[in-house]
Design a protein around this ligand. Structure first.
Ligand code: KG4
Ligand code: ZN
Length: 342
């Protein structure tokens, strides 16, 4: 089964052709990042306009690169939630039009589910159940993937997402948007013990084990440290601050994931989302999983960030589960990963 998948939830306009959920025949991504860089972050209105301009060409390119005419496509898939509402609507309306004109089933895909599915493209042997850390610019979740379309959230951020925290800390240190990758690179040259940064330990009111995250204190600590140093005319060792930040963030992400994996008696741990490209997180998880006997999977770097091949991968399993939509499909800015609304 060949699916043409569309992704426009944030600042990449993307289309891909994916066969049977496991093989990307094409994967075209048109990034808007250079434009949003001018403003230090994604400007939603600009994102929507650029998606509208790019989407037809990107979809055509995806079909051409796959060597697949539209007549050989079996379904159209689209990211419909969560994300920037104006951006999502461009993809959803394009997919609806294509589904109507070509007479193809329409498969709505949840963005975080698709980030997890990026792993199915790279790892043919990977099958649920497994435990997944999904970390992106807008979300930080620890999820038990029970089945391809059934999810249980074990932990989530109570404030900022991990990627957002990376980007805001990097911005405060003068790095361009999106700063996560720059902070990651500079961390490699620094001393992780140079600065002490807060690492909150959260609790549930009922005393049950808690796997939630809180990143806003870490972000504020970096901003305050920079302000205080500027007021006193002191130099900040940026590489050392990056390394200390990275160590603290990775401690939080890896620590909660490993505790949740142990409690859930998981055998396999999977990383997903833009922040799964982080070198410190990958290195720590590889070492810990080797030591503790977990199988670890992460997407190859080009599939960590937003793309449409991952949408096509998840769409295959949504389609098999009967999760198709009609032309009344709407986009949603927020939507829990567990909620199967189709
Ligand atoms: O999944 P994604 O492409 O978009 C969302 O769904 O949000 O994730 C983007 C996020 C950004 O915050 C970006 O800075 C972060 O992933 N990111 C990284 C790295 N590469 C991308 N964060 C830390 N280290 C990296 N190497
Ligand atoms: Zn994403």
């Amino acid at each position: 089964m060949k699916i043409l998948a569309i992704e426009s939830s944030c600042d990449e306009t993307a289309a891909a052709v994916v066969q049977d959920g496991r093989r990307a025949l094409s994967n075209v991504v048109a990034s808007q990042v250079e434009e949003h860089k001018l403003y230090g972050g994604v400007v939603p209105e600009i994102a929507s306009r650029r998606h509208a301009e790019a989407i037809s060409g990107v979809a055509r390119q995806a079909l051409e690169q796959a060597g697949t005419p539209l007549s050989a496509i079996d379904a159209v898939a689209v990211t419909y939630a969560p994300g920037l509402i104006g951006a999502l609507l461009v993809g959803v309306n394009f997919a609806k039009g294509l589904s109507l004109s070509a007479g193809l089933p329409l498969v709505p895909v949840h963005h975080l589910r698709s980030h997890i599915a990026a792993n199915y493209l790279a790892h043919p042997e990977l099958e649920p159940p497994f435990l997944c850390l999904v970390v992106s610019g807008g979300h930080s979740h620890i999820v038990r993937v029970e089945d391809y379309t059934r999810f249980t959230v074990l932990g989530r951020t109570r404030d900022d997402a991990a990627g957002e925290c990376y980007d805001k800390a990097a911005r405060a240190m003068g790095m361009p948007y999106p700063g996560g990758i720059h902070l990651d690179r500079r961390a490699a040259a620094g001393d992780p013990d140079a600065y002490r940064l807060p690492h909150p330990h959260l609790e549930n009111p009922d005393g049950s084990p808690c796997y939630d995250f809180s990143f806003s204190g870490l972000k504020t600590a970096v901003v305050n440290l920079l302000h205080n140093a500027a007021q006193k005319g002191e130099e900040v060792a940026v590489d050392d601050l990056c390394a200390s930040f990275q160590k603290t963030a990775v401690d939080m992400l890896a620590g909660n994931t490993l505790r949740a994996a142990e409690a859930a008696r998981a055998k396999t741990i999977v990383l997903a989302g833009g922040v799964s490209a982080n070198s410190g997180l990958r290195a720590r998880m590889e070492a810990e999983c080797r030591r503790r006997g977990y199988r670890l999977y992460a997407p190859p770097l080009p599939l960590c960030g937003d793309n449409a091949a991952m949408v096509g991968a998840q769409a295959y399993y949504e389609y098999l589960a009967g999760h198709t939509a009609g032309l009344d499909l709407n986009a949603c800015a927020t939507m829990p990963i567990e909620a199967a609304s189709y």
